[in-house]
Design a protein around this ligand. Structure first.
Ligand SMILES: Cc1cc2nc3c(=O)[nH]c(=O)nc-3n(C[C@H](O)[C@H](O)[C@H](O)COP(=O)(O)OP(=O)(O)OC[C@H]3O[C@@H](n4cnc5c(N)ncnc54)[C@H](O)[C@@H]3O)c2cc1C
Length: 241
């Protein structure tokens, strides 16, 4: 549901969880973390892979993944990749909305759910993750949530300027500089990856890359389809997903 007529969009928005922005942090040139307080988070069940939706203009919805949720204090944060900073031209609706968020701003978070096929599972062994800049918050939450229960390895491509910061956020994961072609760096890394035993794999981010990475991961790590979990986050030339 990337867009709806404004009156309908507003009707849906008012039914979301009322949140207040408590702060924003620019971690690097294109990564911004937004902190939110939300009474209705208290007592909820939360695990990584749950996503929420915001109305970012009168008619456009966009989906994002909290990188941390505290269901006791009613707080969460979201790590945004500001992709518009990298390309000339007008700022996208999602990035323009993000720029409007300052401490004290009210926002409505619609839903906080994971799909049945893409939800966090604490399988012992090694979890492989693979994605791009939009998935850094997702893997950050996964690493913290799994803790000592499983190892996390894999690869994430981000703009070269953001590599040092993302390396600090994702211990165990290879962070490589993206090229002009989405997915090229990740697919090249996977093609040359050393053999290792992997229990399950999570692939997210650029839709076309996720599809190709799925095949590479399946043969490279000899994984059954049922333990490869995929979720497209954006697609070339498409507004929202
Ligand atoms: C389930 C789910 C969870 C998500 N979680 C997060 C999250 O936690 N953090 C996060 O940053 N993003 C996340 N995303 C991705 C984000 O919703 C998309 O990138 C979205 O398209 C951004 O909206 P926009 O208005 O900025 O750009 P749009 O208006 O949707 O797109 C404008 C143009 O930019 C291109 N584009 C969109 N995203 C990117 C990108 N990342 N890099 C390069 N080009 C792009 C599109 O192909 C299009 O041509 C998630 C998406 C989904 C589906």
């Amino acid at each position: 549901m990337p867009s709806l007529p404004a009156p309908l969009a507003r009707m849906i928005e008012v039914r979301g969880m009322p949140c207040t922005v408590t702060g924003t942090e620019d971690l690097s040139p294109s990564f911004r973390r937004v902190h939110l307080a939300c009474e209705r988070l208290k007592g909820r069940e939360w695990a990584p892979c749950q996503v929420t939706t915001f109305l970012v203009s009168p008619t456009a919805f966009r989906r994002y993944t909290p990188d941390a949720v505290d269901t006791v204090t009613g707080r969460m944060s979201i790590l945004f990749h500001r992709h518009s900073t990298l390309v000339p031209g007008p700022t996208s609706p999602g990035d323009a909305w993000l720029d409007s968020l300052t401490a004290g701003a009210p926002v409505s978070a619609m839903g906080l759910e994971a799909t049945r096929s893409f939800r966090a599972r604490a399988e012992p062994g090694t979890t492989l993750v693979c994605g791009d800049a939009t998935t850094v918050g997702l893997w950050y939450s996964m690493i913290h949530w799994l803790g000592d229960r499983a190892r996390v390895c894999g690869v994430v491509e981000v703009p070269a300027q953001d590599v040092p910061v993302v390396r600090g956020l994702l211990p165990g994961v290879q962070v490589v500089a993206q090229s002009a072609q989405p997915g090229e760096a990740v697919l090249s890394w996977l093609g040359d990856a050393p053999p290792r035993e992997v229990t399950q794999a999570y692939l997210a981010g650029h839709g076309q890359t996720v599809q190709r990475a799925r095949n590479v991961v399946r043969t490279r790590y000899d994984l059954h389809r049922s333990v490869i979990h995929t979720q497209p986050y954006w697609a070339t030339g498409k507004a929202g997903l």
